[in-house]
Design a protein around this ligand. Structure first.
Ligand code: F6R
Length: 369
């Protein structure tokens, strides 16, 4: 049942191109418009939405953080994202014009369920993004957009995460389509890029051997840091979470701009620091800033592990290890940039002799608050 792989996690990492393609299947028509008929919240209700609030836990929360960038950029609707476990306890401001998006692979996470119940009590519409048909969260929501990752067995989420991202992009683009915001060349181009992204994920998977080799050489380390900016920041958080849960190593993700506000004090000789570099095209300011962050940490002794687009030459002089990813539009980059981090954590865990599919102390679905 592991299809020839040693672990379900390896199988699920390898299934990502298909999972991504399946989640897009039937949702983009020949003319390049989105047909999300399943979202049974009417177009007129969606046009009334004045705020989007995303609630989720763990990896799904990281998908939500990335969704915020996409939703605000493509639709100009203010979007908040909050850990489901914190949400209802702070008395959040919600009403009938708030659209709440609950993201959950299992559909059974108690924190997320309690958050969505709270939102519905305030009169908000809830849209679930979920991988498990007929589970509690979609049953209690007003509408659901299913991710089509197939069953995810390994405790650490991989393919579900990528499909959550795809679903979030689809919702963001759909809101843009329904409301007519920024609906034009940019959105059309994004939909075309999204429909080809599965091939890019496939290409990343084909080049992972050096990442595995690198992971094995770091198995004795105590700490790994992860840095990113913009959508690369949640990717950094996700890379750190994977490493904690699988390799039981101290790992932390930071927004690269925060370095000088404290974390740079952690840098010491030979400390591995993974940096997710945004595309040098598009918002190139971001790129230039992160290149100088890489220089700063390297000057202080860090061993830099740089994840950068093919053709990005500016990072080469400062990268002790360079991991290439395909050229993708800025907002879609997490779909390719996360994959090496999954492989990295999985291989490190194996090298440390850990049980990859069943990390200690963790359960696949967390049905207590
Ligand atoms: C991390 C992981 C967890 C889950 C979180 C939410 O690899 O698997 O952080 O993402 O417990 O679970 P769902 O998505 O089922 O609500």
């Amino acid at each position: 049942e592991k299809g020839g792989y040693d672990y379900f996690m390896l199988k699920e990492i390898a299934e990502q191109p298909k999972a991504v393609a399946d989640t897009l299947l039937g949702r983009i028509d020949a003319a390049g418009s989105l047909t999300l008929d399943e979202v049974r919240i009417s177009a007129s209700e969606l046009r009334e939405v004045d705020k989007v609030v995303i609630v989720a836990c763990g990896t799904a929360f990281h998908a939500g953080m990335i969704a915020k960038y996409a939703i605000e950029h493509w639709t100009r609707i203010p979007c908040e994202v909050e850990l489901a476990s914190e949400f209802r306890y702070r008395d959040p401001i919600l009403d009938a014009r708030s659209l709440v998006i609950a993201i959950s692979q299992s559909g059974e996470t108690m924190d997320t369920l309690m958050a969505l119940r709270h939102a519905r009590e305030q009169g908000s519409k809830v849209l679930a993004i979920c991988n498990t048909n007929g589970s509690t969260i979609p049953r209690e929501s007003d509408a659901v957009l299913y991710t089509h990752a197939g069953p995810e067995v390994a405790v650490a989420s991989t393919k579900a995460f990528l499909t959550q991202l795809v679903a979030c992009y689809l919702v963001a683009l759909y809101l843009g389509q329904v409301r007519g915001t920024k609906w034009g060349d940019e959105i059309g181009a994004v939909i075309r890029d999204l429909s080809q992204i599965s091939g890019a994920v496939e290409r990343v998977l084909e080049t992972m051997e050096p990442v595995r080799e690198l992971a094995r050489t770091l198995a004795h380390k105590n700490t790994v840091l992860f840095l990113g900016r913009h959508v690369g920041y949640p990717v950094a958080l996700e890379g750190a979470l994977k490493l904690k849960e699988l390799a039981y190593m101290h790992a932390e993700g930071f927004a690269a701009g925060e370095l000088k506000h404290g974390p740079i004090a952690l840098i010491e000789d030979d400390l591995p620091v993974v940096v997710v570099v945004p595309s040098p095209r598009g918002r190139s300011v971001l790129h230039d800033k992160i290149v100088s962050n890489i220089q700063e940490i390297r000057a202080r002794g860090a061993r830099t592990i740089v994840i950068a687009e093919e053709g990005d030459e500016a990072v080469v002089p400062y990268a002790d290890h360079l991991i290439r990813i395909p050229v993708t539009p800025t907002l879609l980059q997490p779909l390719v940039a996360t994959v090496p981090l999954q492989v990295f954590a999985c291989e490190l865990a194996t090298a440390r002799g850990n049980e990859v599919d069943q990390p200690r102390n963790l359960a696949k679905s967390v049905t207590v608050e």
